[in-house]
Each structure stands twice: as C-alpha cells, then as structure tokens.
Design a protein around this ligand. Structure first.
Ligand code: SF4
Length: 291
C-alpha cells in the first residue's frame, strides 16, 4: 500500500502531453498508475521495441545536433561510428534509467552496428540538401515544458525542426499505413503546432512529417506528410480531447480498457487488486488549482 501513496500532482500538471491524453483514452487505469500516481513501471519484462526506439531516437538526435556545425556527409560511415559510441555513453549517463534498460540499449547499438547503418544511411542522405539549406534553422530537439493549451499546462517534444518542416520519428516493428494511424499522426502534429504557436519563439512550421522507422529484418522508412491546412482541420478535435481528458481526471473516472491491445500491461498485478485501486482513486485529492 505504501507505494500507492506516491502521489505527485505536479507531475500531472507537467505531463499533460499528447501521449498522456492518448494513454487516458486507451486505458485510464494505466494512465492513473503511471502518470498520475507516478508508480514506477514494475520490471515486468523489458519492452524491447521501446528500447530499440530509444536507441534510434538517440542516434538521430545526435546526428542532427552535430550536423549544425560539422559536415557529417563527407564520411557518413565514420560519422555514424562516432555517433554510435556517443549514443552508448549518453545512455549510460542517464540517471533515471534502470541499469537493465541501459544494458539492453547499449548492446542493441553495439551488436546491430551494420543493421543500423543500413537503415540510417539512405534515410539520412535524404536530409543532405535540406541540411545544406537550413543549417542555421536546424532544431534537433524542441521541447515545450509549460505551454498552456485549452486552459491546461501541456508538455511535449518535437524530434526535429528543419527550416519550415517539423519531423517526428516513430519507430515500429511493422509498417502501418492505415487511415486511423494517419489521423493519430495528424493530431500529434497538431498538438506540436499548437505548442509551437504558443511558445516564446515560434518556428512557424508549414509542413509536418511523421517518419515511421520500421525496425524489421529488411528495415524501411515510411514518410507521412501533412500540410498546415490539414493540421488546422484537426485542431477542434484536439482541443475537444484535451478538455475531455481534463474532465476525466477531475471526475476521477479511470476506466479499465481490457479490449486495448496493450492489455495486460506492466501494472497487471496492481490492476487486479480492486481494493488497492479503489483506495488509490479515493485518496487522490486534486487541488482546486489544478483546474
Ligand atoms: S492490465 Fe490492462 S486494464 Fe489493467 S492497467 Fe494494464 S492495460 Fe489497463
């Protein structure tokens, strides 16, 4: 029962991100455990897909960061070797990451050197011209810590801003091009665009891309591009989702969604214990000031 007392309402305010809203609709109970009560995920099993995604994101982030000042394309092969070593070292220095996860990510980078080069080399070559044109406007990471949207503080992080283009990387194990997924991508870009508009120094993006990096034996990258107009059409829905999520929390209705594809999740033991959950929700006192 002790760990159920780890309420961190500040976290609730700070993490009202697009993924939090999505998680609330997928399984309210999971969002309650992970995001609101801030209970660390039990090491039920290492989520290999997520850890591979972290490795790829880290490598790309380092690549674009270095591209601001150095021409990595002169010897891309050598540049990637150096970036892989730095990625391992950066992951190692992350204080909050469990050792077991660090080991998995480091091993993944080291053991899949050739695979990662095969995946990333053609992909990164596609950026060469853009980097030459927009080097001064290359933003390898845009993080928004406290942006107010629809009366609530939100957070978020854009993977890459390159001139007027916003790019978000998604790593997956199989390709998915369905209309539902594209709609979710559009909503996510809309959330980033709202955050950008409300930030102190907006980048004013005109084009929005989500790059699906598929980590299968024969890797590939699928690109989904949206115009500003397309993104604007999804904004009323986005605001509606934010307000709905806000209501869900203030009413303290955290619904289990057993039909969700992620069920059961790492919180299965806790989730099965009706009494603990009931008590946790009862004890959850949201201060007036949150809303
Ligand atoms: S076990 Fe299933 S219902 Fe319970 S929190 Fe996890 S995803 Fe939700």
């Amino acid at each position: 029962m002790q760990f159920l007392k780890r309420y961190d309402l500040l976290k609730l305010r700070k993490h009202f991100s697009f993924s939090f809203i999505k998680e609330l609709s997928q399984c309210g109970m999971r969002a309650l455990f992970g995001r609101i009560l801030n209970i660390p995920k039990p090491m039920w099993k290492l989520n290999a897909a997520r850890l591979k995604g972290i490795a790829v994101h880290k490598i790309l982030e380092l690549f674009f960061e270095k591209s601001k000042t150095v021409d990595l394309y002169k010897d891309l092969d050598r540049a990637l070797d150096i970036i892989f070593v730095q990625a391992e070292s950066d992951i190692n220095d992350e204080e909050d990451r469990p050792e077991e996860e660090k080991t998995y990510i480091r091993d993944y980078i080291r053991l899949n050197n050739l695979y990662l080069k095969g995946l990333l080399t053609p992909y990164l070559k596609g950026f060469r011209k853009d980097i030459e044109i927009y080097r001064d406007f290359l933003l390898p990471e845009l993080s928004f810590k406290k942006t107010e949207i629809a009366g609530h503080l939100c957070t978020g992080r854009i993977d890459l801003g390159i001139g007027p283009r916003l790019v978000d990387f998604k790593t997956t194990s199989k390709s998915n091009t369905g209309p539902m997924l594209q709609h979710v991508y559009k909503l996510q870009c809309g959330m980033y665009d709202l955050m950008d508009e409300l930030s102190e120094k907006p980048a004013h993006f005109e084009h929005f891309s989500v790059h699906q990096i598929i980590l299968k034996k024969q890797p590939e990258v699928l690109e989904f591009d949206f115009t500003k107009e397309e993104i604007n059409t999804c904004k009323p829905e986005l605001k509606h989702n934010i307000l709905q999520a806000r209501k869900l929390i203030s009413d303290q209705t955290f619904v289990r969604n057993y039909a969700d594809i992620f069920c059961p999740c790492e919180y299965i033991e806790l989730c099965r214990d009706e009494k603990k959950v009931e008590q946790a929700v009862k004890d959850l006192e949201l201060p007036e000031s949150v809303f």
